[in-house]
Design a protein around this ligand. Structure first.
Ligand code: HEM
Ligand SMILES: [Cu+2]
Length: 495
């Protein structure tokens, strides 16, 4: 049975994703603890002093987004290796540089008190009101730059390999099929998704690198200033796109694994290709929803931002949700914990998009944007969408490559994970509804009961994640070692 579930790639490639998955699992766990600490402090059950609260918030935001990117990029690497020859040495370089960046950020936060949030919005890094100095800000911005560069190297290798094999991105986005020049299906869904991710993330990283560099110069030469509105645009062209793209990497696990479980292929038909082409443009152009409160922005940009945000995630979401239903319908699939996680990640994605669309509406945004409604939506999308895909993939790896068998305990973990995240995210949305602002270290007495409920669910999520992580660690050392299966002798890897 597990033979049909296996992916035919070089065992060393299989092994190479284990370390980054362990790192991201450990970071997710630690950041969950940080999240619970913030909630306990907002709920007045413990007291983090204000500076500590913002340090923890900066750590949590940066760590969660960073850990998610690391894990989903490993997913993309793993499955893309079937279709194009990728250099393993580049993957290792990416991980090493990534970890150097992480170390710089940790030193910035804990050694030099940097607490300017993961969005490092100009000119905050330079004017901290005496909380942190230049060194702290420079280490943080520099650390982000190193992480960004590492991810850029990863993407450039991906892009190189795709273009070398298929000729161009227009081919891998299925333009020949869409323009009627070629019959049949487009390239494998994984290749289409990886192309989209390369396009949007390389663009985002260029925007990010330019604002990071300008902020660094401004730090040491205050006479060099940046138009704050331009700075904010660049920052969100970076932050929004990068965070958003995690789901487009994670979903590759769904495209690759549900067909293996059902014995049916997931093909890139025309509708699939149109959806991914649309999402490429929309993901890049929806970020102005972060600037709806900036009255200095040209009105037409904001209106465009609203409209494009509505449709931003929808094309790919619809083809994925519909595709998943089709592939499962009457397939006689034998569910295991991994496939259930992957299947329900689509549900997490769907329900996370709804409050996002509400928030991207200008009239609602004016009231809601700085409330906990916003963390409510992205914790749904990240926790039950992206992270569920990551957990699904990790469960898959330990089952099919690591010899784990599903136990009642794993099923328990699955249900409790979703329950905990539903509780946590609904508490956030409820806080938003009662006008509790986001990013406030101190909460008014009327907001604290919901903070305590959220802290309970957050703690619960953390314990469940810890149990899951133990299961992964226990079986992880076997991944890539079992080469008895001839399918395993991959043809698609160098280096
Ligand atoms: C046990 C699970 C978690 C808990 C308890 C938790 C808790 C929190 C809290 C309390 C905040 C600050 C809310 C405020 O503005 O007042 C926050 C912000 C944030 N969280 Fe989480 N979180 C969890 C999981 C996650 C996950 C899985 C991700 C992403 C993969 C994530 C990403 C973020 C980000 C990006 C922020 C924004 C930080 C900022 O405003 O600068 N969190 N979280
Ligand atoms: Cu956004």
């Amino acid at each position: 049975m597990t033979n049909t579930l296996r992916v035919a790639i070089n065992p060393n490639t299989k092994k190479s994703v284990v370390f980054p998955l362990i790192i991201s699992g450990a970071v997710l766990l630690l950041m969950m603890i940080a999240g619970v600490l913030m909630l306990l402090s907002q709920g007045n059950l413990i007291k983090l002093d204000t500076i500590m609260f913002y340090k923890v918030m900066t750590l949590h935001g940066t760590g969660m987004i960073g850990a998610s990117i690391l894990a989903v990029s490993a997913i993309m690497w793993y499955f893309l290796s079937q279709y194009v020859p990728l250099k393993r040495s580049v993957f290792h370089l990416y991980i090493i540089l990534f970890l150097i960046g992480v170390t710089m950020i940790l030193i910035a936060i804990f050694g030099y008190d940097f607490a300017g949030s993961w969005t490092f919005l100009y000119p905050l890094p330079a004017i901290s009101g005496g909380v942190w100095g230049k060194t702290g800000a420079a280490l943080y911005l520099g650390g982000m730059l190193v992480i960004g560069t590492s991810f850029l190297i990863f993407l450039l290798e991906t892009a190189r390999a795709i273009i070398k094999k298929y000729g161009s991105f227009s081919t891998t986005l299925g333009w020949p099929q869409l323009l009627g020049k070629k019959e049949g299906f487009g390239p494998p869904p994984t290749v289409v998704a990886a192309t989209m991710v390369c396009i949007v993330d390389i663009t985002a990283l260029i925007a990010g690198a330019s604002i990071l560099l300008m902020s660094l110069i401004n730090l040491y030469t205050p006479s060099f200033t940046i138009d704050p509105l331009l700075a904010k645009n660049l920052t969100f062209a970076f932050g929004h796109v990068l965070a958003n793209s995690t789901i487009y990497m994670g979903v590759i696990a769904v495209y690759e694994l549900l067909p293996r479980y059902t014995g049916r292929a997931w093909k890139s038909n025309k509708i699939f290709l149109i959806a991914w082409n649309l999402s490429t443009i929309l993901t890049l152009s929806a970020y102005p929803h972060h600037l709806l409160m900036d009255y200095a922005m040209p009105k037409w940009v904001l209106i465009l931002g609203q409209v494009l945000s509505y449709i931003n995630g929808i094309p790919v979401l619809v083809v994925t949700a519909f595709g998943a239903l089709m592939i499962i319908y009457r397939s006689g699939i034998k569910w295991d914990v991994a496939s259930t996680f992957l299947y329900l990640s689509i549900f997490g994605w769907v329900i996370g998009v709804i409050p996002a669309i509400v928030d991207a509406t200008i009239v609602i945004n004016e009231v809601m944007h700085n409330t906990k409604w916003v963390p409510g939506h992205f914790h749904m999308y990240m926790g039950m969408g992206v992270c569920a895909m990551i957990l699904g993939f990790m469960y898959y790896l330990t089952r099919v490559e690591g010899g784990r068998t599903d136990s009642k305990f794993d099923q328990f973990i699955f249900w409790m994970y979703f329950l905990a995240f539903l509780g946590l995210t609904y508490s956030f949305l409820f806080s938003g509804k009662t006008s509790a602002p986001r990013r406030w270290a101190e909460h008014l007495p009327e907001w604290t009961p919901v903070d305590i409920v959220a802290a309970f669910f957050g703690f619960f999520a953390m314990v469940i994640f810890l149990l899951f992580f133990f299961r992964f660690i226990n079986y992880s050392s076997k991944i890539g070692k079992n080469i008895s299966n001839t399918e395993d002798i991959g043809t698609s890897t160098h280096g």
